[in-house]
Structures are given as C-alpha cells and as structure tokens.
Design a protein around this ligand. Structure first.
Ligand code: GN1
Ligand code: MG
Length: 377
C-alpha cells in the first residue's frame, strides 16, 4: 500500500494525496481508489492500478490501446447517430507529472491511472430487469462507438483470450501434470462437463474461419461489475476495464455479458443447486443491447448468439477449473477451493442454459424484428 501511495503522488498534478484504498473485486490486477485534496476546490478521486504482468505481458499495449480508443471516440458520442443526450463516458488515462501514460517502479511493476466515473457505481450481481437492460445497452453502445475503428489499429493485449480451444489445450496440459488436487464428486463433475462438450468448443472459431463471423473490436470483459450505473437515474453511464479491448469476435462479449448478468447469485456462491440462467434477464439484456447494436449486427451475429452464451459460460468454467488444477496461478482466490466453486457455478449455469435452449433461441428470434423495428423509428 505504501508503494501505491507513493505512485499515486506521481500521478497527482495538483493537490495532495489524502487517501489510497484497495478498490473493487478484480481477479487479475491490483486496483486502488485515490483521493486528492485540492482546497479550496472539492476533493478529487482517481483509480490507480498495478497491472498483472504475468497475465498482460505487454502492459504498454494496454495503455496504447486506451489512447487509441479515446482518440477515436473523442467528441464523437454527441454526434453519433441515434445517440440520445443521456450521459455516457469512457474511462480515460491520467498522466504522470512527467506527462507519461504509465509508470514502472524500481521493482519493475507497471502502474497506470484512470479517471473515476463520479456519481455512479457497479454491482457484483444483477439487481433487476432494468439493470440487465442497462448492461446490454452499455455493451451495445461501447461496441457501436468502436465499430468504425479498424481492429488492426489495436494491439493484441492478451493472445488467445476467449479462444476456447486454447483453454482446452491448457486444461489437457494441467490434467497431464501431477497435481495436489484430490479427486472428489465435484472434480469428477467438472471433468465430465468438459469431456461431454469439448467437441463443440471450437464453434465460434470455426465460424470465423469459414467467414461467417468477422473479427471486430471487442471489450473482452463486459461482466456486470464492469458496468457503471448512475446513482441518480439508474442508467448505464460507462463500461470500465478496457484492458482486454482488442481485435476479437463480438460474440465473446455477448456471451460473457449474458453469462455474468443472467446469474443473480453471482460468480461465487455455495448455493449451487439454485444457480440458474434467468431468461427474463437475458431478454432484457438483449433488448438493451440490440437497441444500439442493431445497426452493425449481421444475420450471422444473431445466428450465433445462442452458441455464444453457452460457450462463454462453459469457457469460464473451463478456465476456473484449469486454474484450480494448476494450483491457482491465474485468478486471485480468497480460499483454497475458490476456483473449484467458481467453476461449478459456471458449469451449473451452462446446464441451465442448455435445458432452456428453445426459450433462449425464441428470445433471440424475436429480437430480429425488434431490432428492425427500432431501426425504422
Ligand atoms: C477476470 O480481473 P477481472 O475480474 O477484470 C478475467 C475475465 C473473467 C473474470 C471473471 C484478463 O477479470 O476474463 O471473466 O476475471 N480477465 C482476464 O470474474 O482473464
Ligand atoms: Mg477484467
């Protein structure tokens, strides 16, 4: 924390740092909320992060991508077609006293700071249908803002991210290595879930290879706690955590947003039997999403929506379980079985999606005319 305080001062141009505290529930980076006193003006807050360089090997690419995004979006949101005058902003970088976008400390740790989205908060779990709709809206609005930026302009900050066959490969490797993990009904369940679905894990990559889906710019991590909701209006005002914004399939985003936002119990719960994918929430998210995304969605994007939802949920189960087998080297954990429990939640959610396939496909089918009707307005 002392180091965070010292670094916070380097990102402070005017005023004095009066508080630095751990912030949020991120599984990868270390995040701090910094408060600066600027008397007689009101105090100011910003977010300071130490980037996990085991995960992000080229952290300077993350800040370069953020710069490119900010420049592209610029004052655009006010002129965007169909954009109402509701509040909307994206996180932006804060510079050091030297005018740099990041700071590398004497230990080699990589730090960067971003503005704090005031008057808004994120939630760990979905609160209501209205909240779900706003989450979908935020994702659609974000993707639309970047839909005319050439994906080739952005770096690949995390090679292989969301390429499910690569996670299967990592799982096979973890299984082949000696592990401290003792077999149990829970681990057997996870292994079985993977064995029964592995033949289908390349569904999105195959579609991309066949030209049915295009590489565009994705957010990469549009889970519910990355959606900022205005405390006054209840509307989404931002989507944060831009570290994984890079070229990819927007299907990963759709799947990830739904697997996170349609699970009211959240990513960690011991009430496994109650884990359920709520189709009412799915409908609300997809309506919010399509109300802004319809202008760039193709017929194939709709055709692969169901697979995206099922696949990303399965993928998260696979990734959490692999990390459990590998000795918890990727995600931060709070107790020894945390990754196993997270994996079980995602696999239960996968099963819940599968048994409701017809209902989910019907919701998606209904959205195609819904999107067309919105566009005609
Ligand atoms: C990680 O650190 P955080 O919470 O922003 C992970 C996401 C997962 C998420 C699950 C780079 O995100 O892919 O969906 O945990 N990010 C990375 O909570 O692997
Ligand atoms: Mg993230």
């Amino acid at each position: 924390m002392n180091e965070a305080w010292r670094v916070a001062e380097l990102f402070t141009l005017a005023g004095r740092v009066i508080d630095v505290r751990a912030h949020g529930e991120g599984n990868i980076n270390d995040t701090y909320l910094v408060t600066i006193a600027r008397k007689p003006q009101p105090s100011e807050k910003f977010i300071l992060q130490r980037i996990n360089t085991h995960v992000f090997k080229r952290p300077e690419w993350i800040v370069a991508n953020m710069r490119a995004i900010t420049e592209h979006v610029g004052g655009k949101s006010v002129h965007e077609s169909g954009a109402s005058n509701r509040r909307w902003e994206l996180p932006t970088l804060r510079s050091t006293q030297q005018g740099e976008d990041f700071f590398v400390d004497s230990q080699g740790a990589f730090w960067r700071a971003i503005n704090f989205i005031a008057g808004a908060r994120a939630f760990d779990t979905v609160q209501s249908q209205a909240h779900a709709r706003e989450a979908g809206y935020a994702l659609g609005r974000f993707q639309r803002l970047l839909s005319d930026l050439d994906p080739g302009r952005l770096h690949d900050t995390l090679v292989g991210f969301h390429i499910t066959p690569r996670y299967l490969h990592a799982y096979d490797e973890a299984v082949s290595r000696p592990s401290r993990v003792v077999e149990s009904p829970e681990t057997r369940y996870c292994h079985r879930m993977i064995a029964e679905r592995r033949h289908w894990a390349s569904v999105l990559e195959d579609a991309r290879d066949r030209g049915r889906l295009q590489v565009r710019i994705m957010h990469g991590d549009p889970k519910i706690d990355n959606i900022m909701i205005c405390e006054e209006t209840g509307q989404a005002v931002s989507i944060i955590d831009l570290d994984t914004v890079k070229p990819g399939l927007i299907q990963y985003d759709i799947g990830d947003c739904l697997r996170s936002s349609c699970n009211p119990l959240g990513e960690t719960t011991s009430k496994l039997d109650d884990v359920r994918f709520e189709t009412d929430l799915a409908q609300a998210i997809l309506e919010g999403y399509c109300s802004v995304a319809d202008e760039f969605l193709t017929e194939n994007d709709y055709a692969y929506m169901y697979d995206s939802i099922r696949l990303l949920t399965f993928e998260l189960g696979l990734r959490f379980f692999t990390d459990f087998l590998a000795g918890d080297v990727y995600y931060k954990i709070k107790y020894p079985e945390h990754n196993l429990e997270r994996a079980m939640v995602q696999f239960r959610l996968t099963e819940s999606i599968e048994v409701q396939e017809a209902a989910i496909r019907a919701i998606i089918a209904d959205l195609i005319p819904f999107a067309a009707a919105m566009a005609a307005k």
